[in-house]
Design a binder for this molecule. Structure first.
Ligand code: NAP
Length: 654
């Protein structure tokens, strides 16, 4: 998740220590923050500071961008009661009176959702240490250790539960970080109750890792001693034995790494001075106790083929002369399979290759300044590993993988192992998530700065990438308008939840937009170009962002792609503080893995659908037909070529 203005976070224990530092750091990134704490003065002060930081990002916002809610984290829906003596009963009544319904945790979450319209991040930081040593406690723990377990463990369980409910109700992705401690990883003799409660947080949180399939990432952060009010009570000799206090900045960096990197879903990050940021337990340690998942027979399990034939030679598509007409530019070439394989390489058998509008830009040489034919064509494929080099230890024969490299219109590919992405299944739906899905996911987040509550327009919306853009915009809580040509496409878009479908074969896009969205739309995911681009610029609201994804209507002209003039564009976007942003997926390779995981999680939890065009293209000889079909404008969803129709696998749906 990119930390960006407009996200919202709820932080328990946000009035001081680590909770305060994290609240302020989130505020610095323009994130709306609710601070939940018992201490009113300090909490109000932090909320005020966050509000000030937020001003720079949201100058026109009239509603608050930060809230303080006075609340005992142990009061989920009612102040918690213990068995009481006669003298304690009046005290409990006093407690109940001093907490109004607003101050219970469930109400704090409700207030947050009501104010900010969603919950993206929940950080459970409230924690206390024992003030009476366990061995000397004569009170049966009523005033000491029961309270520590209540605040440090039960309240974290309650708050996590509330956060999951909130995130599920919005059908959005979210991150929960539970603050434990290194005392939750290793015993701490000076405070066994603290250590036990934090150990509980670690195991509770790690046990919820599978929530990532719903797009909810839950992690534990385990700092050693930090110089906070609680940390300063610790024996200074013990602190120096551990290398001194950890800088707060390091804890913040750790939390932000967990927020940003979705591949870390479910992990536990140990923050120490001696070892830095270290994920715990290590992969090697995890392997020792890992058993097969109970769900391994589930919807997305993939049975590794026991044997894969390795022929002496294979077919591939090569651009032999630059031409915007893909069929004229390409031919099928037979190549020998080299042996032995290089030590850091992998041999992949491609099962499905993805067809993209830009295949014709590749064949026309538009992507290259200094390369000449012959060039291997095709941008993406999914398949299985056939052979691995001696130095490759993270992939085995039969494993399903994805490739996003030039040359995927081929029966086999020999590639450096660092370019291979393991995937759950080598099927057409996963293939569609590569170029098409990633473009929508990354472009809307980066160039579109998409949050929620806005109007998002998607052109060519029933195509390979458009179908992802409409759904992601909807999942993020936006109103979605989509353009397409044809009844089948309109029906698909309605089934994907689009609020307003404009079928340009039946109605005029310009008039529909002008009439129904007189204030304009906020984000436009534009991939058609030509007249459509002009229509879109005119339909953009103040502060609107138009993402130039491509210009498919211009790619196939009589003599190839001719650049257009956009006279008056600067004047238009200046007058309305608008942005026209280009987006090219190859520049965002560092985000591919994170976004692919996210797309697959959404898909496997049923929140995201993937439409694959039902027309069958079988074998390498059908690639040119498939490219022409995409450019006919008749395709629906992702166009896919099944490279080896004889390869049987349970996932094939073509
Ligand atoms: P696609 O959307 O599956 O297929 C193209 C669709 O574009 C057609 O079905 C058609 O739908 C529409 N279209 C409008 N005018 C057209 C014309 N004159 N000729 C043919 N089709 C026309 O294709 P895609 O591969 O997903 O690519 C869509 C766009 O995204 C392209 O512009 C492509 O270059 C771009 N893209 C960019 C990136 C990047 O990194 N920037 C990555 C992937 C894709 P309607 O008639 O329903 O509108």
């Amino acid at each position: 998740m990119e930390l960006k203005p407009g996200l919202s976070a709820l932080v328990t224990g946000g009035a001081s220590g680590i909770g305060k530092a994290l609240s302020l750091a989130l505020g610095k990134n323009g994130v709306f923050v609710t601070i939940v704490d018992l201490f009113e003065d300090r909490g109000e002060e932090v909320a005020l500071l966050v509000e000030k930081q937020n001003k720079a990002f949201h100058p026109d916002r009239n509603e608050p961008s930060s809230l303080f809610i006075k609340c005992d984290v142990t009061s989920r829906t009612f102040p918690r009661c213990y068995p009481l003596t006669q003298t304690e009963f009046p005290r409990l009544l006093e407690d109940i009176q001093c907490f109004s319904a607003q101050e219970w945790m469930a109400a704090a979450f409700d207030k947050h959702l009501e104010t900010f319209g969603g919950l993206d991040i929940c950080i459970n930081s409230a924690g206390i240490s024992s003030h009476v040593p366990f061995q000397k406690d004569k009170t049966d723990g009523k005033d000491s250790w029961r309270r520590v377990i209540d605040v440090n463990f039960l309240a974290v369980v309650d708050s996590t539960h509330l956060a999951i409910q909130a995130m599920r109700s919005q059908k959005k992705t979210g991150v929960i970080i539970n603050l434990a401690s290194s005392a939750g990883l290793y015993p701490m003799q000076i405070d066994p109750i603290y250590s036990g409660s934090k150990g509980g947080v670690v195991m509770f949180t790690r046990s919820l890792a599978s929530l990532k399939s719903e797009g909810i990432r839950i992690n534990t952060l385990c700092p050693e001693f930090v110089h906070t009010e609680m940390g300063s009570k610790v024996n200074s000799k013990l602190v120096s034995l551990l290398g001194g206090y950890i800088p707060m900045e390091m804890v913040v960096n750790g939390a932000f790494e967990l927020i940003r990197d979705s591949s870390k879903a479910g992990s536990c990050l140990w923050v120490t001075n001696r070892r830095g940021l270290e994920y715990w337990p290590s992969d090697a340690e995890t392997k020792k106790f890992k058993v097969k998942s109970l769900n391994s027979k589930g919807r997305y399990s993939y049975k590794l083929p026991s044997k894969i034939e390795k022929p002496d030679a294979f077919d591939k598509i090569v651009v032999h002369t630059f031409d915007h007409n893909f069929r004229r530019a390409t031919k099928i070439v037979r190549e020998r399979l080299r042996s032995p394989i290089k030590s850091d390489h992998i041999l992949v058998k491609i099962l499905y290759a993805g067809v993209n509008a830009s295949d014709v830009n590749f064949s026309s040489g538009r992507y290259f300044k200094d390369k000449n034919p012959p060039l291997d064509a095709g941008f993406e494929g999914v398949g299985v590993v056939v052979e691995v080099g001696d130095l490759v230890d993270h992939l085995r024969v039969g494993a399903p993988v994805a490739l996003m490299l030039f040359g995927c219109y081929a029966e086999f590919m020999m590639v450096p192992s660092k370019h291979v992405m393991p995937v759950p299944r080598p099927d057409p739906e996963v293939l569609a998530m590569l170029t098409s899905g990633l473009t929508a996911s990354i472009a809307l987040e980066t160039a579109g700065k998409m949050v929620s509550g806005e109007i998002v327009l998607v052109t060519a919306a029933a195509g390979g990438t458009g179908q992802f853009a409409v759904q992601l915009a909807k999942l993020a809580g936006n109103k979605v308008v989509a353009t397409c040509g044809g009844e089948k496409k309109a029906a698909l878009l309605k089934s994907l939840g689009v609020d307003r479908v404009i079928d340009y074969r039946k109605e005029d896009i310009k008039s529909a937009l002008r009439k129904e969205f007189p204030e304009g739309v906020n984000i436009i995911y534009e991939s058609v170009g030509g007249d459509m681009f002009h229509t879109c610029v005119n339909a953009l609201a103040i502060y609107g962002r138009l993402i130039v994804i491509g210009m498919v209507s211009q790619y196939q002209g009589e003599h190839g792609w001719k650049p257009l003039n956009y006279s008056g564009l600067c004047e238009k976007i200046l007058a309305k503080s608008q942005t026209v942003a280009g987006f090219f997926l190859l520049h965002y390779a560092k985000l591919w893995k994170e976004h692919l995981d996210r797309l697959f999680d959404l898909y496997s939890s049923g929140k995201l659908k993937v439409a694959v065009d039902p027309k069958k293209f079988l074998g390498i000889s059908s690639v040119a037909d498939a490219v022409e079909y995409l450019h006919s404008g008749e395709s629906l969803g992702k166009v896919v070529v099944c490279i080896d129709p004889s390869f049987t696998q349970p996932s094939a749906k073509l």
